[in-house]
Design a protein around this ligand. Structure first.
Ligand code: 5GP
Ligand code: ZN
Length: 117
């Protein structure tokens, strides 16, 4: 069923508290935690608690939850006092997706070049 926890999913395990993470924000529907391999002074991942394999599946299957995730990216940026920041959803292995549970990267605290490559 879409949204159901997956036994083999790393981020479902973080949601369940089975794997430790540095959680910076939590709502009824989302969790935000620091990336284990940060690419910027602020690098936080915002995920829905429900399992959707990427942003496209989340947007199609649970648009209100997708909006919750976006709202939380803004809240992270405010908490971290970021004037400029980047929100990224890698969707598909060709775009760098390695964890198959939808997540927004929030990156900031340094200059970010464009295009990202
Ligand atoms: P993707 O490459 O799928 O867009 O992003 C996955 C992100 O998850 C990567 O930036 C990676 O560093 C991060 N990550 C992978 N395993 C863990 C983990 O166990 N804990 C945390 N906090 N982040 C992780
Ligand atoms: Zn999952």
């Amino acid at each position: 069923m879409p949204g159901e926890p997956q036994d083999d999913c790393l981020f479902c395990k973080i949601v369940a508290g089975q794997i430790p993470a540095t959680i910076v924000r939590e709502t009824d529907t989302t969790v935000a935690f620091r990336d284990i391999n940060p690419q910027a002074p602020t690098h936080v991942l915002v995920i829905p608690k429900a399992h959707y394999e990427n942003a496209a599946a989340l947007a199609a299957g649970a648009p209100e939850l997708a909006a919750d995730v976006l709202r939380e990216t803004r809240a992270v940026a405010e908490d971290e006092k970021l004037e400029s920041y980047r929100t990224i959803f890698n969707t598909g292995s060709g775009a760098g997706q390695t964890v198959w549970h939808a997540h927004a990267h929030v990156l900031g605290g340094r200059g970010l070049t464009w295009p990202p490559g």
